[in-house]
Write a protein that binds this ligand. Structure first.
Ligand code: NDP
Ligand SMILES: N[C@@H](CCC(=O)N[C@@H](CSC=O)C(=O)NCC(=O)O)C(=O)O
Ligand code: ZN
Ligand code: ZN
Length: 382
C-alpha cells in the first residue's frame, strides 16, 4: 500500500473504545498522514495487555474516550514524515509506549528508561503537536500510550518506534512491545537479580512469567511463584520456577510469613505482577531485612495507595518500581529480538490464544480467563 498512500489519509479498520466499560467497536477510521517526526505504521499483530483492559474499564486516571487502545504492536512502516531518520518505509518495527529521545534530562541521566520528551501529550492522548491523527464518523479519536495498536494503521512519534530484523515473526515480536520485555527487564535490568538469590514473583501472568525467565537468566537459586490460581504452578515451573505457593491455602498464615520461613529470613528480590496493593505490601514485607528489594510492576486502579510500617524500610528493605522493565526501547529492544532469534529468550511459549481483529472483544474475554497468558490479534484478519 505504501507507494500509493504516502502523504494521503488511509481508511482502515480499528477497534474503537467509545466509552469506558463498553465493548470495543470495529469501525472504519481515517488515519491522517504522518507529520514531521512522525511515522505511520501498518500494525500486523498486536497483543492485548491487562493495561488495555484497565484503561477500558475506566479505572485509569489518564483514561479518556473515544480512544484507540493497544500498545503491544508490531508492524511495517508505511510512510514517514519529514525529518524521520531512525526508520524507513518497509522496516519491520515494534511500537514503543516508553519512547527514547536520547536528548531529554531523563534519557541523558543514565538512571532511567523513562523519557520526558512527549510524556505530557502522550498522557493526554494526542500527538506531540497536541492534535490527533484519527477520525471516525467525523469525530476525533484519542491516541493511547503513544501507540494505539488496535488500528490497522497508526501514527506514532519517531522516538516511539524501533526497527528490528525482518527475520523475526511479527506475531511474536509484538509481545516484546510490553509484557515480556516488562517482566524480563524488571528482573535483569531494574533489580539486576544476583546469582544465587532467592526471588518471589507474585502473579504468574505474562509479566510474572517473564520475571521468572529473567531471574533464571541471572542465575537465581530459588524462584518462588505466588499465585491464587493453582493452574499457574505448571506455568511457573515451565519457565524455571523452583517453587509454587497459593497464598489462599496457607491456613491463616500470611504469605509474607510463609516466604520468610521458606527463605531463611526473607527474599532478596520480590516482584508484584498483580496490580493489587495488598499484594504489593506482602511482597515488600517478604523481603530480607537489611537488603531485600521489592519491585512494583502491576498497575493499580485510580485511588489505590500502598502502605506498610515505615519500620520495614528503616530496617533496610527497598521499594522500587519500573515501567517497561527499565528497558530503553530504541537501544535495547533489537538485542532482545536477537536473543529470541538465537533461542536465548522464550517468546512463543507465552502465546496461548489467537484472534482476528473482528473478534478482539473475545481476546479481552480470553485474557480474563485463568488459562490465558497472552492472546495475539491478527490485524489483517478483520
Ligand atoms: N509496569 C509496567 O510497565 C507494566 C505493568 N503491567 C501490569 O502488570 C500486571 C500483570 O500483568 P499480566 O501478567 O498481563 O496479568 P495477568 O492477569 O495475566 O497475571 C496476573 C496473575 O496474578 C494472579 N493474581 C491475582 N491476584 C493475586 C494475588 N492476590 N496473589 C497472587 N496472584 C494473584 C492472577 O490470577 P488469576 O488468573 O486467578 O486472576 C494472574 O495469574 C497488570 O497489573 C498490568 O497492568 C503490564 C505491563 C507493563
Ligand atoms: N496511566 C496510569 C498508569 C499506567 C501505567 O503505569 N503505565 C505503565 C505501563 S503499563 C503497560 O502495560 C507506564 O508506562 N508507566 C509510566 C508512564 O510514564 O506512564 C495512571 O495514570 O495511573
Ligand atoms: Zn502492557
Ligand atoms: Zn528522552
Amino acid at each position: 500500500m505504501s507507494a500509493n498512500t504516502a502523504g494521503k489519509t488511509i481508511t482502515c479498520k480499528a477497534a474503537v473504545a467509545w466509552e469506558a466499560g463498553k465493548d470495543l467497536s470495529i469501525e472504519e477510521i481515517e488515519v491522517e498522514a504522518p507529520k514531521a517526526h512522525e511515522v505511520r505504521i501498518e500494525i500486523v499483530y498486536t497483543g492485548v495487555c491487562h493495561t488495555d483492559a484497565y484503561t477500558l474499564s475506566g479505572k485509569d486516571p489518564e483514561g479518556a474516550f473515544p480512544i484507540v487502545l493497544g500498545h503491544e504492536g508490531a508492524g511495517i512502516v508505511e510512510s514517514v514524515g519529514e525529518g524521520v531518520t531512525n526508520v524507513k518505509v518497509g522496516d519491520n518495527v515494534v511500537a514503543l509506549y516508553t519512547p527514547e529521545c536520547g536528548e531529554c534530562k531523563f534519557c541523558k541521566s543514565g538512571k532511567t528508561n523513562l523519557c520526558g520528551k512527549i510524556r505530557a501529550t502522550q498522557g493526554k492522548g494526542v500527538m506531540p503537536d497536541s492534535t490527533s491523527r484519527f477520525k471516525c464518523k467525523g469525530k476525533e479519536l484519542l491516541h493511547f500510550m503513544g501507540t494505539s495498536t488496535f488500528s490497522q494503521y497508526t501514527v506514532v512519534a519517531d522516538i516511539s518506534v524501533v526497527a528490528i530484523t525482518d527475520k523475526a515473526p511479527m506475531d511474536r515480536t509484538c509481545l516484546l512491545g510490553c509484557g515480556i520485555t516488562t517482566g524480563y527487564g524488571a528482573a535483569v535490568v531494574t533489580a539486576n537479580v544476583e546469582k544465587g538469590s532467592n526471588v518471589a514473583v507474585f502473579g504468574a501472568g505474562c509479566v510474572g512469567l517473564s520475571v521468572v525467565q529473567g531471574a533464571v537468566k541471572n542465575g537465581a537459586e530459588k524462584i518462588i511463584v505466588v499465585d491464587v490460581n493453582d493452574g499457574k504452578e505448571a506455568w511457573g515451573k515451565k519457565f524455571g520456577a523452583t517453587d509454587f505457593v497459593n497464598p489462599t491455602k496457607l491456613g491463616g498464615k500470611s504469605i509474607q510469613e510463609h516466604l520468610v520461613e521458606m527463605t531463611d529470613g526473607g527474599c532478596d528480590y520480590t516482584f508484584d505482577c498483580t496490580g493489587n496493593v495488598g499484594v504489593m505490601r506482602a511482597a515488600l514485607e517478604a523481603c530480607h531485612k537489611g537488603w531485600g528489594q521489592s519491585v512494583v510492576i502491576g498497575v493499580a486502579a485510580a485511588g489505590q495507595e500502598i502502605s506498610t510500617r515505615p519500620f520495614q524500610l528503616v530496617t533496610g528493605r527497598v521499594w522500587k518500581g519500573c515501567a517497561f522493565g527499565g528497558i530503553k526501547g530504541r537501544s535495547q529492544l533489537p538485542g532482545l529480538v536477537d536473543d529470541y532469534m538465537t533461542n536465548k529468550l522464550k517468546v512463543d511459549e507465552f502465546i496461548t490464544h489467537r484472534q482476528p481483529l473482528n473478534k478482539i472483544n473475545t481476546a479481552f474475554q480470553d485474557m480474563k480467563a485463568g488459562d490465558c497468558i497472552r492472546c495475539v490479534v491478527n490485524m489483517r484478519e478483520a
